[in-house]
Design a protein around this ligand. Structure first.
Ligand code: SF4
Ligand code: SF4
Length: 343
């Protein structure tokens, strides 16, 4: 796998890198053995960058199992979703223990919302905790992740962040206007998440070629088994970008998908009633796009039959809707699914 320089960190990282969400059994991973095989195979292939988070359930733990023997082969990025000074340092301590390491190369402020900026930048706030961790050698670099382009533009101007991670693909193109040029001008490392829009876009080659047209460093891709890993890697080495006519064709191809689909990021989890929301909401969307219940239940086998039963446990607390960065109407989708099933 070819390597790129990750901005001012000067780290040499694999252009295609491993995302940590499906490395958790609670967030799309199949079982510990499969997750272990995916991580081992990625390292064997020369992928040297793995991203995870304290909030990705058992993702850090599964990565930590591999790090017991292969820590020197990769650069780890993790994240804290906490905003309080002490809470960030407690998260970091837990991450270090779980990942079986004494240092995390890139530690990131996770999923920053606009209203949280004051808490991050205040004296004695989130950022100060990250700086203390860096001063004490527990981390090397400070990163920022968000789904809000304006937040990232404002914060990288402070010069405090070494990397920035954001969703970017042919459907979600806001970063191309200001964020990517600004990050490049400031030599901040750029990490693209959701290159396949959460797996909804199936044309992997065009997705990667689209990204090759921009000065971004890492394509971060989550895969849950070896088949998916190798399917992605088939196209990951190419440095070709889309021609103007290919881009138009790709835009037309994805237009029917709209924008209101689940990216399976799992930020809406956990549900107090143990509903696996991303699976549910993604399947409803597929049905709304014309796939039949039969096709879906054939594909998902026993899971398909249990969907309606699971979702009947929803008490409409609204927590998931508040946490979804795409403002997806989970409760409305639940009602739509139940209506489809009752037919
Ligand atoms: S609204 Fe329903 S699905 Fe969403 S978190 Fe609450 S109980 Fe779970
Ligand atoms: S419903 Fe929203 S928060 Fe939950 S997985 Fe889908 S996109 Fe992510």
């Amino acid at each position: 796998m070819h390597k790129v320089r990750l901005g001012r960190t000067n780290l040499e990282v694999s252009r295609w890198s491993l995302g940590g969400i499906p490395l958790s059994m609670g967030m799309g991973g199949k079982d510990e053995e499969t997750i272990n095989r995916v991580i081992q195979a990625a390292l064997d292939y020369g992928i040297n960058f793995i991203d995870t988070s304290r909030v990705y359930m058992d993702s850090e733990e599964n990565i930590g199992e591999v790090m017991k023997t292969r820590r020197k082969e990769c650069i780890i990025a993790s994240k804290s979703h906490s905003r309080g000074y002490d809470e960030v340092l407690a998260d970091l301590e837990e991450s270090l223990k779980t990942l079986k390491t004494d240092k995390i190369e890139i530690y990131q402020v996770h999923e920053l919302e606009p209203q949280e900026i004051p808490a991050v930048m205040a004296k004695g706030g989130t950022l100060d905790a990250f700086k203390k961790a860096r001063d004490e050698g527990m981390i090397d670099f400070i990163g920022l992740t968000s789904h809000h382009v304006g937040v990232m533009v404002d914060l990288i101007k402070t010069g405090e962040f070494d990397t920035v991670m954001f969703p970017f693909n042919v459907i979600e193109r806001e970063p191309e206007k200001e964020l990517i040029p600004l990050a490049r001008a400031q030599d901040i490392g750029t990490i693209v998440m959701k290159p396949l829009a959460g797996g909804v876009m199936r044309n992997i080659e065009s997705c990667f070629k689209f990204l090759n047209g921009y000065p971004v460093d890492i394509i971060l891709n989550g895969v849950s088994n070896l088949t998916e890993l190798y399917e992605n890697l088939k196209f990951a080495e190419s440095t070709e970008s889309l021609s103007a006519s290919e881009l138009r064709g790709f835009e037309n191809e994805v237009a029917p998908l709209g924008k209101d689909f689940c990216r399976r990021c799992s930020y809406c989890m956990p549900c107090p009633n143990d509903i696996i929301i991303p699976v549910m909401i993604h399947l409803v969307w597929q049905m709304m796009k014309g796939r039949t219940y039969q096709e879906i239940s054939d594909q998902k086998k026993e899971m398909g039959k249990n969907l309606a039963i699971w979702w009947q446990a929803c008490e409409e607390c609204g927590q998931c809707e508040e946490k979804c960065p795409y403002d997806l109407p989970t409760i409305k989708r639940k009602d739509e699914l139940l209506a489809l099933f009752s037919r």
